[in-house]
Design a protein around this ligand. Sequence first.
Ligand code: SAM
Length: 303
Amino acid sequence: MYDLSAVSSDLSSILSVCADSSFPLAVSRAQSFSEKHQLPFVLDEHGELASASFSNKKKSNCKVPESLINPPPYILYYQGHSVSILQTEKGAPGPVSASFLGGKTEHRRQFGGGKGQLIAKAVGLNNGVVPEVLDASAGLGRDAFVLASLGCKLMLLERSPVIAELLSCALEEARDTAIDEIIARMQLTQVNSSEWLEQQEFAVADVIYLDPMYPHREKSSLVKKEMRLFQVLVGEDFDDAELLSAALKKARYRVVVKRPRKGLAIEGATPSYQLTGKSCRYDIYSIKSLAGLKSEAVCGKNK
Ligand SMILES: C[S@@+](CC[C@H](N)C(=O)[O-])C[C@H]1O[C@@H](n2cnc3c(N)ncnc32)[C@H](O)[C@@H]1O
């Protein structure tokens, strides 16, 4: 049994990379990732592992290939254009991946409430402006996608190579589809945002958006499967105060922080105001009024 209570600094003890042998491009991408990050690589002959895992979405019930004699609890699995994390332990939840095609994402894009959504108000979209946003804790890109589908241009930064790989593949998968125009507004870089922000000389975006991991104290069954996975692979973001401080120096108009509804604000600066919804809250740190952005846009048009 593996100890998953703490994040392993050595991911190779809990995560292997695997690819369906029927997809040569996926195999070569998986091999490069495993070499770059020194993770074990296993070839899945004819997608046996995938058919076992994806057939039952609720429980992983993985039948791992024989080459994986002592399977690690997590497998980064490449098949076609998609990449998922499979969880192999008995009773573990099903695969986790990032995807902008279909399902809940598509439903939210069409019926989610547009600029009336709390996240849209938090970044200022309801003020008649369309700010450029830096999402400095991109995760699986869901929040960023909502903002991009409302017209914002987004720079996404994510420090975990594994999470960035899931997101990067989801962005690639969505290119040249009906949502290509939205995806073209999202640009991902794998980097530690605090360090990157500190290196920048000038402001980098109108709004910097942060959604660092919050310590979850609920029993694991109450925490969504994605969050459980994040807790293991990414851990808690103990350096969120540093990230907020770096963001406040490099945002032109505001920094927005997503928090649990009743969670504490990040240590340091006090939020200018908060927007509280049913499941989460946005702490807004105003630097200057977004009205300035509106007049800049008008001046730009008149040039
Ligand atoms: C709760 S998740 C974000 C979820 C995201 N908002 C979404 O909609 O999918 C937090 C993510 O922030 C990333 N993160 C936290 N601090 C970071 C930093 N300093 N630089 C880059 N990424 C960071 C973590 O690795 C993790 O993937």
